[in-house]
Design a protein around this ligand. Sequence first.
Ligand code: SF4
Length: 300
Amino acid sequence: MASYNQMPEDVLQDRARAALARLKACDLCPRRCRADRSSGEVGFCRSGRKARVACYAPHFGEEAPLVDRGGSGTIFFSGCNLACVFCQNYEISQEDQGTEVDAPALASMMLELQELGCHNINFVTPTHVLPQILEALLLARADGLALPLVYNSGGYDSVETLRLLDGIFDIYMPDAKYGSDEPALAYSCAPGYTKIMKATIREMHRQVGDLVIDEDGITRRGLLVRHLLLPGDAAGAAEVIRFLSEDISLGTYLNIMDQYRPEFNACRIPELCRPVSRQEYARALKMAAEAGLIRGLAML
Ligand code: SF4
């Protein structure tokens, strides 16, 4: 049973209410824009009172423990609290393609994904629309939603906000995008990223622990971390690996991704204007394996 189904109705209502109240002077994420989103103002993420959804569908390209035969039930939100120059989904995250949805519409999407046989509901880029997700979850739960929820974020989250999710989300899938602040600022406009990402992942791990995979190869609970390699290791994989192996857990499921392509505005930055080489990928995998982080590692 998903955790939120064990939570008393009034507690879930209180969490949703507390999150919605924060739209009045938005401090949901570390940017703390203080925009009054409840009356239509927008902050850095360009998102107002309602969430915008670009698409929703079973997704078979996510990590194997999320997918199996039914797929991961992804819901892609428009807007983002990061601004990565290389974003592969920039039409959605930076150009805000998508349609505004209210709580009943978002709840229907969750229920439809469950009907289709997905193994989880995977909220892609949820940080800035968390109140809207909780508001919809109340309705979806009343109508029979029972799948575990996946929080699939860029790792630039607020611990205070994440505490509202304790006992609601079963699976956390944050990025650990950068091991140092300089590239985080230059490529994603994210001041203080590393300290924030580390606090984010600590809190997520405190809530759900290491990823648990059942005998069918499916996960229903735990932490899964992604690190997208950048060319020339410009993102700083070594520190991400050190942090996860020493400060979180050797049982951390880490997906080191080599799919970087210079999309969107990446080629405005010369060092980002090429793919990651096979040697760079192999080096990062070796580093992780030597640190003892073997769960989730691809084999070359
Ligand atoms: S969620 Fe959006 S408006 Fe709120 S603090 Fe973050 S970037 Fe600013």
